[in-house]
Ligand binder design. Sequence first.
Ligand SMILES: [Zn+2]
Ligand SMILES: [Zn+2]
Length: 166
Amino acid sequence: MLGFRKAPAQSAWLSLALCIKKQMENYVNHLNGSCLCGKVKFKLNSEIRNVVNCHCNFCRSHSGAAFSTYVALPHSALEITSGHDSLHSFQIRGVKKHFCRECGTPIFNLNDKYPGACMVYFGTFERSRDIFPQVNVWCESRLGWIDSLPSLTSVGRGVEEKARLG
Ligand SMILES: [Zn+2]
Ligand SMILES: [Zn+2]
């Protein structure tokens, strides 16, 4: 009986594993992104290898955010599918930032330190909710308040809601 019971359980696990594998394949094969105005669109033709939070001062200035989250992958795997004319770049200190000149959204960086790789800005992905960072780098420059984010007053939407709640 025990063996009989085990068989369906293993089968269920196998089904689940296959289902997850299929989802991951779909996920990898259909990872698209775009800028805010929608002129520049891209897709990734590669597995996602590294999703990184970088807390360095340079990334802070580069992105305009408290820290920068990006997907690192081979540059050859990034395919710009539309908006080539809108994609402009700015180079500083060995980093070439590519952005949409219509809406200003940063799309990806090339860094002389990592030849052949590109760093795609996390916020440009359609399915950013499905992508999870794996590592924090340059933590010696990390802003102190980032560790206390969960303890901040948090509301579902904008500051208007905060004002209403008092
Ligand atoms: Zn744009
Ligand atoms: Zn950085």
